[in-house]
Design a protein around this ligand. Structure first.
Ligand SMILES: Nc1ncnc2c1ncn2[C@@H]1O[C@H](COP(=O)(O)OP(=O)(O)OP(=O)(O)O)[C@@H](O)[C@H]1O
Ligand SMILES: [Mg+2]
Length: 290
């Protein structure tokens, strides 16, 4: 993995919901995402994580308004893309192709009336019109295999799949065009711990294989400590601390980070010192998650 080569830079982002009274959901946030890294974004409910993710991906809709800041995507071919200037066709071409997103509650956002196959085909029809039907089918089968779902499930409808399978399908869709960045907003929160671990292991493996960067959003700090290279801690719309997982765990600077760490007994209990254990070894340590 090329270290410290940025793939995305956000500078001084502010986002307001223009309601009465206005909600300043994101305040002067700057961050750099490096190629191939997992950046965790932690913070309590309502602190602005999803709003920031939407802002980075140019997905904001009224009443949300980005009131300031720049977002630059550093494409692997060397061009810089000013994300905030994209709209219409250029935005459609950018999204999913360069940055994809697994939405919060995504497992309930599959279209209930068309098959998994039709939904994957839609992505290709929009973004890769040159693909033949046969190529679409092969790629769809390959994608399901990558996320650990039997390709025979392609003809299934969302309601025929378990929550974990649906979430895997959403990840397959996010992977479909080989993006350089994947934003995952609470991708596994609704799933039980064993399923969650399985999916995370898959994501980590895919990241190794394809070297995309991940912004991983969750309020589950212990989980982030395990999987992230760096962690940004967000409080009331601001990033109050951003450091390596090791430093966040061993020498948190901000009072809020300390409070967050302290609120997870598993982090302060018998396990002791920081272990960048990886998802594999802790697959059985279910107690750690509660
Ligand atoms: N459509 C909206 N109109 C007004 N305010 C909104 C809207 N959507 C979100 N907000 C407010 O913006 C703030 C940030 O919300 P956001 O959804 O980004 O938080 P979050 O960190 O993702 O929370 P969670 O962990 O619960 O998903 C909150 O105060 C929320 O109430
Ligand atoms: Mg959210």
């Amino acid at each position: 993995m090329a270290e410290n080569e940025p793939v995305l830079t956000a500078h001084d982002i502010s986002i307001t919901y223009e309601v009465n009274p206005p909600v300043h959901a994101v305040k002067n946030v700057s961050l750099t995402l490096n190629r191939g890294e997992i950046l965790g974004l932690a913070g309590e409910s309502g602190c602005g994580k999803t709003t920031l993710a939407y802002g980075i991906n140019q997905l904001l809709k009224p009443p949300a308004l980005r009131t300031g800041g720049e977002i630059t995507f550093h494409d692997k071919d060397g061009t810089d893309i000013n994300v905030a200037s994209l709209s219409g066709d250029s935005l459609r071409a950018f999204r999913w192709d360069k940055i994809s997103m697994v939405f919060q509650g995504a497992m309930n956002s599959l279209n209930p009336v068309i098959s998994i196959k039709a939904q994957l085909f839609d992505v290709f029809t929009t973004h890769r019109p040159e693909m033949s039907k046969r190529e679409k089918l092969e790629r769809s089968e390959e994608l399901l295999k990558l996320v650990g779902v039997d390709p025979r499930r392609l003809d299934s409808f969302a309601h025929e799949l378990s929550g974990g399978m649906r979430q895997r399908v959403m990840i397959a869709m996010a992977l479909a065009l080989n993006p350089q960045v994947m934003i995952m907003d609470e991708p596994t929160t609704a799933l039980d711990v064993v399923v969650q671990r399985g999916i995370l292991r898959e994501v980590m493996r895919l990241r190794e294989q394809f070297n995309f960067a991940v912004v991983f959003i969750t309020h589950d700090l212990p989980l982030l400590l395990e999987i992230s290279d760096r962690i940004a801690v967000m409080l009331k719309g601001e990033i109050v601390e951003l450091d390596t997982s090791k430093n966040i765990y061993e020498k948190p600077q901000h009072e809020y980070t300390k409070k967050l760490l302290g609120s997870f007994p598993s982090l302060t209990g018998a396990r002791g010192g920081f272990v960048r254990s990886g998802v594999d070894e802790t697959a059985t340590a279910q107690g750690d998650q509660s």
